[in-house]
Design a protein around this ligand. Structure first.
Ligand code: SAH
Length: 245
C-alpha cells in the first residue's frame, strides 16, 4: 500500500500527520466492521476514498479564509466548521486531525454512526471535535446552531438543491458551503438555480483535484452565503428531499 500516494497530481504536498492519519484509518476500519459506516473496507480504498478525499480541502482552505495558523491564546478556535451527514466521520475526522485550531462539529441523523464517530474521535484524542445526533431540518432552527458556523461541509449526502436547504441555515452570512462532488454536476447545478436564489448562495469557486488509482478527478464546489435567509427554512423533515426548491 502506498501511504504517500498523496503526491497525486494537484494534491502535491507533503502529507501532514501521516502516521496519525494511518492510526485514524485503522481505528475507523475496526468500527466499520461493527457499524456499517462506509463501503470502503480495505486499507487502500479507505485511504484514498475517505482520508485523501477528505483532505482535498486542505489545499484550497487558505484561499477561502485567512485564519491564524496557531491556536489563539485562551484555547479559542479560529474558525468553526459543521459537517452535515458526517456518517462515519468524513470529511470531518481527517480535517479535524490536521486543523487543530478549527472547531469541527459533525451532524448525522443516525445516532449509532454518531456514537461510532465519537469513539473514534476519543481514541484519537481529537479535542476540536463535537458530535450531534439529529436532522439538519431540526437543528437548522435551533438558535444554538443557526447561522453560527463559518463554513458547512457535506460529502455524499444529497443533490445540490437539497444540500443548500440543509446547509445554508447553519452558515453565517458571508460564510462558505463546501460540497464534495464528482466532475459531472452541470445538470445538478442547473437544477439548483432556484435554490441558490432562495437560500442566498452564490457559486464562488470550484476546486478540481485528482485521487490515485480508479478514483480519478473530483471537485469541491464552494458557495458563499451572501445574507440571512428566511426563517421558514429549512422546511419540515423530508421536504427538502421530497420537494426540492
Ligand atoms: N459524509 C459521509 C457519509 C455519507 S452518507 C461520507 O462521505 O462518507 C450520508 C449521511 O447523511 C448518512 O449517514 C445519513 O444518515 C446522513 N443524512 C442524510 N440526510 C440527513 C439529514 N437531513 N440530517 C442529518 N443527516 C442526514
Amino acid at each position: 500500500m502506498h501511504l504517500t500516494a498523496y503526491s497525486c497530481n494537484n494534491l502535491r504536498m507533503d502529507l501532514p500527520n501521516e502516521q496519525r492519519l494511518h492510526d485514524l484509518m485503522k481505528i475507523f476500519l475496526k468500527e466499520n466492521e461493527k457499524v456499517n459506516l462506509s463501503a470502503f473496507r480495505t486499507e487502500q480504498a479507505c485511504w484514498t476514498g475517505n482520508i485523501l478525499d477528505s483532505l482535498s480541502l486542505l489545499e484550497t482552505l487558505p484561499k477561502l479564509f485567512t485564519f491564524p495558523v496557531r491556536p489563539r491564546p485562551g484555547g479559542h478556535f479560529s474558525l468553526s466548521i459543521l459537517d452535515i451527514g458526517t456518517g462515519g466521520g468524513f470529511p470531518l475526522l481527517p480535517l479535524a486531525l490536521n486543523l487543530p485550531n478549527i472547531h469541527f462539529t459533525g451532524l448525522d441523523s443516525t445516532q449509532k454512526k454518531i456514537d461510532a464517530v465519537q469513539r473514534i474521535a476519543d481514541a484519537m484524542d481529537l479535542k476540536n471535535v463535537e458530535l450531534i445526533g439529529g436532522r439538519a431540518e431540526t437543528l437548522g432552527h435551533d438558535r444554538k446552531y443557526r447561522e453560527q458556523f463559518d463554513s458547512v461541509t457535506a460529502r455524499a449526502v444529497a443533490e445540490i438543491n437539497v444540500l443548500l436547504e440543509y446547509c445554508s441555515p447553519f452558515v453565517k452570512p458571508g460564510g462558505k458551503i463546501i460540497l464534495w462532488k464528482s466532475l459531472d454536476v452541470d445538470q445538478e447545478l442547473k437544477d439548483s438555480e432556484k435554490a441558490q436564489k432562495e437560500f442566498h448562495c452564490t457559486l464562488k469557486d470550484r476546486h478540481v483535484y485528482e485521487l490515485p488509482g480508479d478514483f480519478g478527478k473530483r471537485q469541491l464546489l464552494i458557495f458563499e452565503k451572501t445574507s440571512k435567509i428566511s426563517a421558514k427554512y429549512p422546511r419540515a423533515i423530508g421536504l427538502a428531499k421530497k420537494k426540492p426548491i
